[in-house]
Ligand binder design. Structure first.
Ligand code: F6P
Length: 337
């Protein structure tokens, strides 16, 4: 059997570990041939590939990013949904010309959607979920998330001391466009006083009051963790507004830190390396068993798989009933609503 692997969408720590997990299992255990496709789905169209072997798969377990490169795939997905069937035919032809028996697509929500479309066009595919945002439907956790939470938590830890020295409010913006998983987990692990999630929205007066209340109790410094997807009614990001608003409303100096791409770069945590390795190995097992059109996932703590059709177009969001939110509220942490 000959399999292709590509990574698509935003990168995250653990992609190389999963490429290695797929590739080494395929070569060593199943005797398959493996090619890496460069730059995401565009590399499939251009047949821009390299042979992956024991040598190229060595020394990449702990590397951040992706050795294959990646790209956003909107244009490619449009080709698959176009009424002009010649466009999707080009893709099918490229897959056939590469002599693939299966294509493994490593990516986030958009990638799972595209991979499902490839499956609907009759190609043998497997989806592998990755994102620091942890928002892929159908899996309890994605690799990249643990690393990002570690990075964000360390940053929050560091902000505590400077916040208390200067008696300031420190507002930290973390990634999470639609889902607040990083904000919730890093905020709770970092001992934040206010945590704002896109799923819950926020009321500025509730945030201000939480900070004033701390000051009344003799704690004039506070840490406010805000997911980047928390928006104002006019859809602008809330971070800048809140920094100014908190300072004006509470009279406490307020500073902003945007963690940005630091959360996505660098080495994966040991947890993410092992998760990525397990998911990659299981993807290869699915291929050997000819269980195509599925995404590898974690269900009830175990490795499993789910039809791509069930995943496509859905998001896994934080719900107000999440036990970390309930526990946080019981401890006096404000969620801004
Ligand atoms: O990887 C997910 C994510 O980090 C989101 O939280 C963020 O909105 C997005 O990627 C930004 O990525 P890019 O600038 O690469 O499109």
């Amino acid at each position: 059997m000959k399999i292709g692997i590509l990574s698509s969408g935003g990168d995250c720590p653990g992609i190389n570990a999963t490429i290695r997990g797929v590739g080494k299992t395929a070569i060593t255990h199943y005797g398959m041939e493996v090619i890496g496709i460069h730059g995401g789905f565009s590399g499939l169209l251009n047949k821009d590939t390299e042979v992956l072997d024991e040598h190229s798969l060595s020394g990449i377990l702990n590397l951040g990013g992706t050795i294959l490169g990646t790209s956003r795939e909107k244009g490619f997905r449009e080709m698959l949904t176009s009424v002009d069937q010649e466009k999707s035919q080009c893709i099918i032809q490229a897959y056939q010309e590469l002599g693939l028996d299966c294509l493994v697509c490593i990516g986030g929500n958009g990638t799972q959607k595209t991979t499902n479309l490839l499956s609907e066009h009759g190609l043998n595919v497997i989806g592998l979920p990755k994102t620091i945002d942890n928002d892929i439907w159908g899996t309890e956790i994605t690799f990249g998330f643990d690393t990002a939470v570690n990075i964000a938590t360390e940053a929050i830890d560091r902000l505590h001391s400077t916040a208390s020295s200067h008696k300031r409010v420190m507002l930290v913006e973390v990634m999470g466009h639609k889902a607040g998983w990083i904000a919730l987990f890093a905020g709770m692990a970092g001992g934040a006083d206010v945590i704002l999630l896109p799923e819950l929205g926020f009321n500025p007066e509730v945030v201000n009051e939480a900070i004033r209340e701390r000051a009344r109790k003799g704690k004039p410094h506070s840490i406010v963790v805000v997911a980047e997807g928390v928006k104002l009614p006019d859809k602008r990001k809330a971070t800048d507004f809140l920094t100014k608003e908190i300072e004006e409303a509470t009279g406490i100096e307020t500073r902003k830190t945007v963690l940005g791409y630091i959360q996505r770069g660098g080495n994966p945590s040991p947890f993410d390396r092992n998760l990525a390795t397990r998911l990659g190995g299981y993807a290869t097992q699915l291929i050997a068993d000819k269980q195509f059109g599925r995404m590898v996932c974690i269900k009830d703590g175990e490795i499993s798989s789910i039809p791509l059709a069930e995943v496509a177009g859905k998001l896994k969001l934080v719900t107000p009933e999440h036990d970390l939110i309930i526990q946080g509220k019981r401890m006096g942490i404000s969620f801004g609503v």
